[in-house]
Design a protein around this ligand. Structure first.
Ligand code: ATP
Length: 206
């Protein structure tokens, strides 16, 4: 292991739309880092998510800036621009392929929520994803039946369920509810500063 080396040996990859990042995302990063002894967890901000093309509220640059603000004081957790800089639709298989080329000796660990695991067999090149990374799966509130073909192919993280989603956060902002406790403070400030998700309307200046 190389906690201080320049070529880390265990890298967590936590991909998401992060529209916006919320406290469950942060806790997932911490739990994955600590339970799986990861040197770093990369929060990979999707540029164009395959399942939400044209459906994100905020631009990838704004979502990235909010993730960056949220992670500023989180050791071992960092935002990644890899999908933004690649441009086009953001496929996890391509991202893992690039990271494997960049860090050929590292172990890659793909961190995903149970709702995403259900969809994974329909993602682009799922077999390639399973070759390149070990799966760390996070339970999510609700009833989920993991796909039979993935049984035995993933590790379930010990995660105290947090019933929050980016969809809830956007709805809360629109209805003017305070974001404290839902998103990291620095993220909430930046959202308001940028006037995202309708937050401009809830803080009239005049
Ligand atoms: P949306 O409500 O817009 O669909 P989201 O809250 O699911 O967004 P994403 O950015 O799409 O957030 O999620 C990134 C990853 O985090 C996915 O793997 C998702 O399953 C996982 N995730 C998000 N929120 C939770 C949660 N509360 N518990 C467990 N996993 C979660």
């Amino acid at each position: 292991m190389s906690k201080s080396g320049s070529n880390p040996s265990r890298i967590g990859i936590f991909g998401g739309t992060f529209d916006p990042i919320h406290n469950a995302h942060i806790q997932i990063g911490r739990d994955a880092r600590d339970q799986s002894d990861l040197d770093r967890v990369l929060f990979v901000v999707a540029h164009v998510p395959p399942h939400k093309q044209d459906l994100t509220d905020a631009s990838s640059e704004d979502r990235y800036a909010i993730v960056q603000a949220a992670l500023a004081d989180e050791p071992g957790m960092e935002p990644s621009r890899i999908e933004i800089d690649r441009d086009g639709v953001s496929y996890t298989a391509d991202t893992l392929h690039s990271l494997h080329e960049q860090f050929p000796d590292a172990g890659l660990f793909l961190i995903i929520g149970m709702d995403s695991l259900i969809d994974l067999p329909r993602w682009r090149k799922p077999e390639h994803i399973l070759e390149l990374a070990e799966l760390l799966v996070v339970p999510r509130p609700g009833e989920w039946k993991p796909p039979a073909e993935l049984q035995g192919n993933y590790q379930l993280l010990d995660f105290k369920p947090i019933d929050v989603s980016s969809t809830d956060v956007r709805a809360r902002i629109e209805s003017g509810v305070d974001l404290e406790g839902l998103v990291p403070h620095a993220a909430a400030e930046l959202i308001r500063e940028k006037g995202l998700y309708g937050s401009a309307e809830i803080h009239p200046t005049g």
